[in-house]
Design a protein around this ligand. Structure first.
Ligand code: GLN
Length: 486
C-alpha cells in the first residue's frame, strides 16, 4: 500500500478498500521503523494524525470527500502549523509554536488531508544537502551515507522512503527539485505567485515558493490543485481562474517543442546524469516531439546573482529574530543590544550567519550599486533569455542537478562546491518560472537521476502533462530504495 501513488490511494479510499486510519497507521509505523536512521522528521504528532484520519473517514462516510480526503501528508517545517512546532530547522525557532496555519496548511486541512508531521530541512532553507539543520542531517534512503539534497531533504526523503505518500517543500533556488532528484521522487516549483506565501517563513521573499513533492506527476497535479489559488494575505498572490491540473495531463507530445539549452548540457555534468537525461530526450523525440537547440547566455550568472539577491533578502527577513518577538532568547545579557547579539549568536547556525553577513554587506552604502543593483540587472537579463527561448519552444529540458547524491560532509567545507549544485535549478526562480524534476534513470552506482522541465509562467499543466506522458512509459518513479525495502 505504501508504494501506491496518491492517485491510487485516493481511489482505494473512495472504493473503501482501505481507510484513512489504516493508511495513517501504516505511515506512522514506517516512520517509527525508519526515521531513527533517516531523520526526515522533526515533529510527528501521532495523536493528531490519527484524529485527522478518523475525521477524514467520518467525512467520507457522509459522502463529503475530495480526492485528498484522508491522505496523510508531511509538511516542510517552514510552513506554520497552529499548535505544532514550526522550527525551520533552527535552534532559533526550536520551541516556536505558530498561532496560525499557513495558507497551504489551511488548504490541505480544508481538503481533509491528514497532517503526519513536519519535515527536517536545512536551517531556514539555506542549503543543498539538509546538513545545516539544528536537528542533525537527513540521510538519503538510497544510501544512508549520502545526503538527500536540500533544503527540502526531509520532505523528499519522507516520500522516497515511503513514510508519507506525498509532502510539501519550498523552493527558493532549487530546494524542491534538487532533493527530489537526489532521492528519486518528483517535485514541482510553481510559478511565483501561484501558491500563497502566507505563513511560509520567509527566506528570500522574491524567490520563495511552496510546492508539492510526490511519486508521480499526477500526484503533483492533485497536490497543486489544492495548494494553488488566490490569497489576499499575500500581496504577490496572483488572482487567476482555478485550474484542474489532474484533468489536463493528456498532453499531445507530437506538437511539443522541447528546448535544449547548450548551457544545460555543458561541462561539469556527471556522465551517469548526462546519459540518463539524453536517453529521456531520445524518448520524447521518438514520441514525435521536436527538439530545438537553444542558448541561455546569462544562465551561467544565475549562481552569483542568486548568492547576492537571496542573502540580501534573507538578511532583512531574518532581522525579525531578535529575541523579542519570536523563539530563542539568550538567558544572560547585559543590556538590550547585548541581548540581540547573544540571542542571534546562539540561535543561528554558521550558514545562516554567513548569509546574513553577505546580505548586509551587499546592501550597505557604497556596495549596494556594485552588488545588489547589478545583480538585479543581471536577474532581468536571465529572465529575458527565457522569454526569448519560449518563443522557440514550449518547455526547456535538462538535468536537475549536475550530480547524483554525494556523501554527507563532502561539500560542507567548500560553499562554492555546495552552491554549484543549484546551477540548473537557480535560473527558473530568478525568472519566476515553474519547473519540475522527475526521475529519469540511475547512475552506475544505482543512484537516482533527475530530469528538469522548465516552462513559461503558469504553464504548470503542460509541464505536468509532459512528465505524466513520460511516466506512463517508464517506471523510474516507482522504484523503491534498496536500503529501505517495503
Ligand atoms: N540551495 C540553495 C540555497 O542554499 C537553494 C535553497 C532553497 O531553494 N531554499 O540557498
Amino acid at each position: 500500500m505504501l508504494n501506491a501513488t496518491l492517485a491510487e490511494l485516493s481511489a482505494a479510499l473512495a472504493a473503501k478498500r482501505t481507510s484513512s486510519l489504516e493508511l495513517t497507521r501504516a505511515c506512522l509505523e514506517r516512520i517509527e521503523r525508519l526515521d531513527g536512521t533517516l531523520n526526515a522528521f522533526i515533529t510527528v504528532d501521532e495523536a493528531r494524525a490519527l484524529e485527522d484520519a478518523r475525521r477524514a473517514d467520518a467525512r467520507r462516510a457522509q459522502g463529503d470527500a475530495g480526492r485528498l480526503t484522508g491522505i496523510p501528508l508531511a509538511h516542510k517545517d517552514i510552513l506554520c502549523t497552529r499548535g505544532l512546532p514550526t522550527t525551520c530547522g533552527s535552534k532559533m525557532l526550536a520551541k516556536f509554536v505558530s498561532p496560525y496555519d499557513a495558507h497551504v496548511i489551511e488548504r490541505f486541512d480544508a481538503a481533509g488531508a491528514v497532517l503526519l508531521g513536519k519535515c527536517n530541512m536545512d536551517e531556514f532553507a539555506m542549503g543543498s544537502s539538509s546538513e545545516t539543520s539544528h536537528f542533525g542531517p537527513v540521510r538519503n534512503p538510497w544510501d544512508a551515507r549520502l545526503v538527500p539534497g536540500g533544503s527540502s531533504g526531509g520532505s523528499a526523503t519522507a516520500v522516497a522512503a515511503r513514510m508519507a505518500p506525498a509532502a510539501t517543500g519550498t523552493d527558493t533556488g532549487g530546494s524542491i527539485r534538487q532533493p527530489a532528484a537526489l532521492t528519486g521522487v518528483c517535485g514541482l516549483k510553481p510559478t511565483y505567485g501561484l501558491v500563497s506565501r502566507y505563513g511560509l517563513v520567509a527566506f528570500a521573499s522574491s524567490l520563495d515558493q511552496a510546492g508539492p513533492i510526490g511519486k508521480s506527476a499526477e500526484d503533483l497535479a492533485l497536490m497543486l490543485e489544492v495548494m494553488a489559488g488566490f490569497d489576499p494575505r499575500d500581496s504577490t498572490s496572483v488572482d487567476r481562474p482555478q485550474q484542474r491540473y489532474s484533468q489536463e495531463l493528456d498532453l499531445d507530445l507530437k506538437s511539443l517543442r522541447i528546448g535544449l539549452p547548450k548551457e544545460y548540457f555543458g561541462e561539469g555534468i556527471e556522465p551517469g546524469v548526462r546519459r540518463a537525461v539524453e536517453e529521456a530526450v531520445r524518448w520524447f523525440a521518438a514520441q514525435g516531439a521536436s527538439t530545438v537547440e537553444l542558448e541561455l547566455p546569462n544562465a551561467r550568472l544565475g549562481v552569483p546573482v542568486y548568492y547576492v539577491i537571496a542573502p540580501a533578502e534573507a538578511s532583512s527577513n531574518l532581522s525579525r529574530f531578535d529575541g523579542v518577538r519570536y523563539g530563542h532568547r539568550a538567558a544572560e545579557f547585559a543590556d538590550l543590544i547585548d541581548m540581540y547579539c547573544r540571542t542571534r549568536a546562539e540561535g543561528f547556525g554558521t550558514e545562516v550567519k554567513q548569509r546574513i553577513l553577505v546580505g548586509t554587506y551587499v546592501l550597505s552604502h557604497g556596495y549596494y550599486d556594485a552588488y545588489y543593483l547589478q545583480a538585479q540587472k543581471v536577474r532581468r537579463l536571465i529572465a529575458r533569455d527565457f522569454d526569448l527561448a519560449f518563443k522557440k519552444c514550449d518547455l526547456i529540458l535538462g538535468p536537475t542537478a549536475p550530480s547524483t547524491a554525494f556523501a554527507i560532509g563532502a561539500k560542507t567545507e567548500d560553499p562554492v562546491q555546495m552552491y554549484l549544485n543549484d546551477i540548473f535549478t537557480i535560473p527558473a526562480p530568478l525568472a519566476g518560472l515553474p519547473a519540475l524534476s522527475i526521475p529519469c534513470g540511475f547512475d552506475e552506482r544505482g543512484l537516482p537521476v533527475g530530469l528538469q522541465l522548465t516552462g513559461a509562467h503558469f504553464s504548470e499543466a503542460r509541464l505536468l502533462g509532459a512528465a505524466h506522458r513520460y511516466q506512463q512509459a517508464s517506471d523510474w518513479h516507482l522504484r523503491v530504495p534498496k536500503e529501505t525495502p517495503l
